[in-house]
Design a protein around this ligand. Structure first.
Ligand code: IPE
Ligand code: IPE
Ligand code: MG
Length: 239
């Protein structure tokens, strides 16, 4: 018997976050435009959403566009926004059939109005679906999310007693969603790039050298298997 089969396997993560990186490099390697990389990246996102649902993951947060990604050319930004809109419109049947609930993390106020409107519509149309929840982090920044939570707190007026983590958490975009258990980054860079700063305090990290357009369901399974071998101690002394 393989030695690995004697090792106790931990549970699957309930919430997986993915920093989908490497679209530009994928295109560059092929002497293609960056937009071609984003197009392929969208195909991967569809594959991974399908795979995550099949594997029984409850929440999948996809980092689609950061608050810093506005630094890119208007052409690239416009292309990505167009892809998001197209994805939401084209996949509605798939969401319905697979009972997928779409949610948004990030500041809708900073998005082009038609994109914000489309997201809101799809979030509403899928809100009763009880399958996989896919959270699209779009115009998302961890620092921005914290600042917006603080603004909500201030708007609530003075509270009794010192602020607690539980109360603060309630002011974040999606307070009902549990913290990510596993954060995956593709394309080999070891940084958070402003992703889930508050919620990811005790997330396990997994970095894959493969570029996002090359990612497959098998890569997701591998990441989950590696996660299952980790011992999460949360600051305790461990077992
Ligand atoms: C990730 O791929 C997609 C977004 C950040 C929108 P990149 O476009 O960052 O790809 P690289 O990092 O340039 O390869
Ligand atoms: C992080 O990737 C954001 C998304 C994947 C949407 P970036 O490509 O923007 O991150 P940096 O610039 O390499 O840190
Ligand atoms: Mg990148």
């Amino acid at each position: 018997m393989h030695p690995a089969s004697h090792t106790a396997k931990g549970p699957l993560p309930a919430h997986v976050g993915i920093i989908m990186d490497g679209n530009g490099r994928w295109a560059q390697q092929r002497n293609q435009r960056r937009s071609q990389g984003h197009l392929e990246g969208l195909k991967t996102a569809k594959r991974i959403v399908q795979a995550a649902g099949g594997l029984g993951i409850a929440y999948l947060t996809l980092y689609v566009f950061s608050t810093e990604n506005w630094k890119r050319t208007a052409g690239e930004v416009g292309f990505i926004m167009g892809l998001v809109k197209q994805y939401l419109a084209a996949e509605m049947d798939f969401f319905r059939k697979s009972r997928i609930r779409i949610r948004h993390a990030g500041d809708p106020a900073g998005l082009p109005r038609e994109i914000a409107g489309e997201i809101q519509r799809v979030c509403e149309d899928t809100q009763d679906f009880t399958g996989l929840q896919v959270i699209l982090a779009l115009n998302y920044g961890g620092r921005d999310a914290i600042i917006r939570a603080i603004r909500r707190l201030i708007a609530q007026g003075p509270q009794e007693g010192p602020l607690t983590e539980t109360e603060f958490r309630r002011c974040l975009d999606n307070p009902d969603i549990p913290d990510p258990d596993l954060i995956i980054r593709t394309a080999g860079e070891w940084r958070t790039s402003n992703f889930l700063l508050w919620e990811g305090a005790y997330a396990e990290y997994y970095v894959s050298d493969k570029l996002w357009p090359d990612w497959t369901a098998e890569d997701l399974r591998e990441a989950l298997a590696r996660y299952q071998t980790r011992e999460r101690r949360y600051g305790g002394a461990g077992t």
